[in-house]
Design a protein around this ligand. Sequence first.
Ligand code: ADP
Ligand code: ZN
Ligand code: ZN
Length: 795
Amino acid sequence: MSQKIAQVIVDVPTMQTDKPFSYRIPEELADLIQIGMRVHVPFGRGNRLMQGFIVGFADEKESGGQELKSIAEVLDFDPVLNREQLTLADAMRETVFSYKISILKAMLPNLLNSSYDKILTTEDKAIAKQYFGAEQALHFSSLDESKQALMMKLHRDGKIAVQYVAQSKESIKTKKRLALADENKLKTLAIAVRAKKRLALQDFLQTQNQIGERAWDYTDLVKLYSRDVVKFFVSEGILTLSEVEVSRAQGYFDTIAPDEHKVLNSEQEAAYQAIISSQEKPFLLEGVTGSGKTEVYLQVIAHAISQGKTAIMLVPEISLTPLMTNRFIARFGEHVAIMHSGLSDGEKYDEWRKIKSGKAKVVVGARSAIFAPLHNIGAIIIDEEHETSYKQDSNPRYHARDVAIWRAKFHRAALVLGSATPSLETRARAQQNVYQLLHLTQRASAQAEIPEVEILDMRKHLNDKSASFSEVLLDKISEKIAKGEQVVLMLNRRGYSSFIMCRDCGFVPECPNCDISLTLHMDTKTLNCHYCGHTTGIPHTCPNCQSKKIRYYGSGTQKVEEELSELLPEARILRMDVDTTKKKGAHERILSSFGAGEADILLGTQMIAKGLDFPNVTLVGVINADTALNLPDFRSSERTFQLLTQVAGRAGRADKKGEVLIQTFNPDHYAIRLAQAHDYEGFYQLEMDFRRKLNYPPYFYTVQLVISHQDEEEVVKKSYEIMALLKGNLSEKARVLGPIPKPIARTHNLYHYQLLIKYRFEKNLEQALNQVLDLTQVPDNKKLRIIIDNEPQNF
Ligand code: ADP
Ligand code: ZN
Ligand code: ZN
């Protein structure tokens, strides 16, 4: 009589532990339950139903004769987590210091983690039993498609409750399409000359017809010609309107033209051959921007597919633009699944199912796509491997690169880390032969040359008329626009936002919850806190001295845009920053509008530095190269070098030669000089030297602990306790620094203190940090928050 008891990791936020709880398996579920399935179990005194994961089984004997509660219901027909994922979770737990439940949840689409899931009514269960043989195993979201279809039918037949199927509605999306129905009538229809839009649509349809296009997206045509005009053609019988079902995120697949392999140049070929012939260690593909790394990725993936295998392609969230994803869809069509934060929960779930069912062979996505439940992986690729977004900055604080290394080993897959400016950690590993280094030194497209970079010393080029633009940059912009070419301007806004200040007493309004000045937003006419979201109006008189001399300061993108449109009134400007890209799809709209030549200048934050490939851009201007240099972070030079190199790579992508202008107050800084010279090697040598002298990564490893509490005295006391605990447990060689207040010492009404551990080899680290983590579960510490960040990316 084995398998009577299941071990369940329960999702209880207030009481976390990695120890599974034991539950009795009801007899009718005995044949159904498998490891990796989700269940609802009664928990605590109130027996509230909580979601959990089955992670193992035990014999009755092992429960020690204790009276056990029973599993209430199973939520899945098939395990949502497979053996590989459960083993991976165990491995991750050793380097990620948050509880295992957070890791398991990170592997699944939100929809499966949230309480979205409806619990079945008794009636539904009875019906389920009748049709599926199992009473409690039914859960719409976990059914495969044929079973879902059956469920829908049962619902339509009135046999299953409405609320139960409500969720399924979301999983079907339709799209309105227009098709040409009457070619002759289209030609002969007489339209009055006044009806300009009708004429325009007639004209459009005729030219489309000539090139063989006879179907269009309804919303596209409405956008271009208005609803009424489209309706008119439908009422005339020229167009017919129909609804077709589309899988949510994939609706646009059919619009992308397929694309052929390019013949690799000799450097690309050498890299490609190396990658497909050995999986012994990871590869670092170091290639200047535009050297054809992506083409190598595409062919490595094609090779994996030809071997019957699958592939994961990771890109930073911010480069998941249609431009990038389209290249993969163009090559691999329906085999592609896409995962990024712009998708709704339903869309993400669709993609996840497409992967799990084996339909998707290539997953293109941001950080969390590294968990994609693919089988038989042949290649994992991380593009722009130096990007900080590969490290999650909430629990579980994992780095996608570490997960990739683990999975590549598990599947014996090739792992490629690609970048023009590899992180020092990665490059140092390549230097020591832990990774194999591959180089691409030339731009791939024959005409595209590496752009010329000019540094402008702003101390010598101060402009009375403008705070942000030198005359030189303005003249260059005008010159390019006059030639019909396009310009990209980057404002490195981090730590450089707009604020208001009293001219008489210097008062700057701060957030009442956080130690930070409020940011001015001109579009909403408010002052906002960028940490906690606190919002207030702009005062007319100073709250401190009652003076009326409140002035606006700073150089946010909005302000620079205003300034630019005054200086160059004819220029058409598009702005891209967090404010203009909040709405779903806004990011894509801005880019496609710029790509279509609807604007002369694209002005934005570092968001614009990545992945853009516009042949008509011949000038890239960096308005202020210094802001990132001034951050209190030992990686500030590395970030600046990476950012400048990347943004410079946006110029001159095709046959027109590109120019880059960098405005700076630190023209002699090595990060700026070496970015100008496109000299990664030189930068690497200098920066490593600096890191070695100051005991920073990659010479030392770091762990940051952030301890937070509402009461400052309490947080200081606890921080010292934790420091003592660490010092007692770690060897003498490890250094524990702090506690010190965080640079922003208070947010969300909590005080934050930090400790930093620096070490080279430390065998007690895991045990010591787990002991610290468990402090949060002590009843006395209910209000204490501890974040343990292994290898933090931001300080
Ligand atoms: P990276 O990813 O290194 O920035 P891409 O793969 O985007 O570079 O290549 C830059 C440009 O060169 C793209 O337009 C790409 O289509 C083109 N390209 C890449 N490889 C080749 C090749 N072997 N022959 C011709 N063009 C190529
Ligand atoms: Zn004042
Ligand atoms: Zn705040």
